[in-house]
Write a protein that binds this ligand. Structure first.
Ligand SMILES: C[S@@+](CC[C@H](N)C(=O)[O-])C[C@H]1O[C@@H](n2cnc3c(N)ncnc32)[C@H](O)[C@@H]1O
Length: 191
């Protein structure tokens, strides 16, 4: 991965973001060209990082999302970094994903769960497990306390980080928690 070039296109925090995604990927042992679902496209940092690792990425966000975090021009960065052909975009709401059961080798939410309406989070968690292949991981990346404090310097109304365990309800899952440079990673698999 050309880190300086990626940083030029994806911003000053890219090295830490890439390191956190690498930490999560190290747990997964995915085959080359596995298909990963990246929920919540945003600026495309997570989708592009996964594509830079060689994975096929399907990413999306609700077409109706008019927030500051959605509808970004991620495609230009993906093109400049040579990975646009590996990324497909499909608009969707994670409460009802338009994908078949068991399709994805991993399902990732990078900086997303805390932006989803709290009432919708249990349905989103269940949907993520439904579209993950048997034994595949669902990973929620949520900002650490330090990262959240830094974000709030420029965005004082930024929501609190979410703890996915609060939304697992009766789902039978195993959880592994990883500490990254910017994010805390909550890795789940169906039990
Ligand atoms: C901070 S951005 C994510 C950052 C992005 N992963 C990146 O690496 O640049 C938050 C994203 O969550 C998405 N989002 C919010 N509610 C959603 C929902 N119900 N279903 C899917 N995506 C949602 C937003 O549209 C936005 O794309």
């Amino acid at each position: 991965m050309d880190l300086p070039l990626a940083t030029q296109h994806l911003g000053p925090h890219f090295a830490a973001i890439a390191a956190d995604i690498q930490t999560a990927l190290a747990e997964l042992h995915l085959p080359p060209e596995a298909e990963i679902l990246d929920v919540g496209t945003g600026e495309g940092k997570s989708a592009i990082t996964l594509a830079l690792h060689g994975f096929r990425v399907l990413t999306g966000e609700p077409a109706t999302d008019t927030s500051h975090y959605a509808n970004k021009n991620w495609h230009s960065a993906a093109t400049a970094l040579g990975v646009a052909p590996r990324i497909s975009f499909v608009p969707f709401n994670a409460t009802r994903m338009p994908f078949e059961r068991g399709r994805f080798a991993a399902v990732m939410f990078f900086g997303v769960l805390h932006h989803i309406d709290e009432a919708d989070r249990p349905a989103v968690f269940a949907e993520a497990l439904r579209v993950a292949a048997p034994g595949a991981a669902v990973i929620f990346f949520e900002p650490s306390t330090e990262t959240l404090a830094k974000i709030r310097v420029t965005d004082p109304t930024h929501p609190e980080a979410a703890n996915p365990a609060d939304y697992q309800g009766a789902l039978r899952v195993t959880q592994t928690r990883l500490t990254g440079q910017r994010m805390t990673m909550f890795l789940y698999r169906a039990a």
